[in-house]
Design a protein around this ligand. Structure first.
Ligand code: KG4
Ligand code: ZN
Length: 340
């Protein structure tokens, strides 16, 4: 079964074709970073318009790359939510129209389920159950995963998502967008013992997190400093350490609570090298297996949507007649494939 995946929930147009026998056949991504850079964040209306411009040429490109004709496609998966309403509408409209024209089923996929399953695109995949740490620009979730579509949220950020905290911190320091990769690069030049920022909510029981106080702490530190280039790097370093440490503490706690020995990390922030090395350290000391996608599949992409779509379409799930997107959609509301 070959599934065409379409991702347009935010500022990346991602297209891919995934085959249940041969794996990923082709994929392409158009990033809108340059378009939004001047604004320091995503401008929803510009995002929608750019998806409209890019989506059809990208689909043509991927179809050609995979040597597929419309007849070869058995189903179409698009991101139905959560995300920006206008951006989602573009992917949903194109996905559903193609499915109707090509006479194949379509399915609307939850963006975070796409992220959560992205490690399944790799060679070495985790067995169920496992603990998932989902860290993106919009979400910070600890999920008890017992199977595809069986997601129990056991911890989350009460305010800013981790990626958002990276982006806002970068903006405060006068750095570009998106902030995550820039901060992690700058942190390499930071001095290790100059600042120590608080690890929010680690002294309280439970698995919830909070990152907005840390952001304010960074701002106050920066405003009171000499604002030199070295200070900027030192602040970036201390901020990243505080975030990574907090996530590691919460994951250790969640693993203890669930008794699981497998940890899956996914979402844009899972591309962070320091976070990865910290989790691998944790793995060494506590007989834990850690899984994460390759760099390009940590951030938004079409392959994860095609893969999630394949799981659901092959179980007989498909869209009804109505057309809808779901900009707000709790991950915990999903069911196992094939169950309404
Ligand atoms: O998953 P994603 O592409 O989009 C959402 O679903 O939100 O995640 C984007 C987020 C941005 O906030 C970006 O700054 C962050 O992921 N990010 C990183 C890194 N690469 C991307 N954060 C920290 N370190 C990175 N290397
Ligand atoms: Zn995402």
């Amino acid at each position: 079964m070959k599934v065409l995946g379409i991702e347009t929930s935010c500022d990346d147009t991602g297209i891919a074709i995934y085959d249940d026998q041969q794996g990923l056949l082709a994929e392409a991504l158009y990033s809108q970073i340059a378009l939004h850079a001047d604004y320091g964040g995503v401008v929803p209306e510009l995002a929608s318009r750019d998806h409209v411009r890019r989506i059809i040429p990208l689909i043509n490109q991927v179809m050609k790359q995979a040597d597929c004709r419309p007849d070869d496609i058995d189903g179409i998966a698009y991101t139905r939510g959560p995300g920006l309403m206008g951006a989602l509408m573009v992917g949903a409209a194109v996905g559903r129209t193609l499915a109707w024209t090509w006479k194949c089923p379509s399915i609307g996929i939850h963006h975070m389920e796409g992220h959560l399953l992205a490690p399944m695109l790799e060679e070495n995949i985790p067995d169920f159950p496992f603990l998932a740490l989902l860290v993106s620009g919009g979400h910070t979730l600890l999920v008890d995963v017992t199977g595809i579509g069986q997601y129990k949220i056991i911890g989350e950020s009460l305010d800013d998502a981790v990626g958002e905290a990276f982006d806002k911190t970068a903006k405060m320091l006068g750095l570009g967008y998106p902030g995550g990769p820039i901060i992690s690069e700058l942190a390499l030049k930071g001095e290790t013992d100059r600042y120590k920022f608080p690890r929010p909510m680690v002294n309280r029981p439970g698995l919830n997190m909070s990152f907005s106080g840390l952001k304010t702490f960074v701002l106050n530190t920066w405003m009171a400093s000499d604002q030199s280039e070295q200070t900027k790097a030192d602040v970036a370093y201390a901020f990243q350490e505080a975030v990574v440490d907090t996530l590691a503490i919460k994951c250790r706690r969640a693993l203890k609570e669930t008794g699981y020995r497998r940890l899956v990390m996914a979402g844009g922030v899972s591309a962070n090298k320091r976070l990865r090395s910290r989790m691998l350290e944790l793995a060494k000391t506590s007989s834990l297996d850690v899984f994460y996608p390759q760099q390009q599949f940590c951030t938004d992409n079409g392959a994860m949507i095609a893969y999630a779509g394949l799981q659901r379409l092959s179980a007989g799930e498909k869209d009804g007649d109505g057309f809808s997107t779901t900009p707000r959609w709790p991950l915990g509301d999903l069911n196992a494939p094939g169950i309404d």
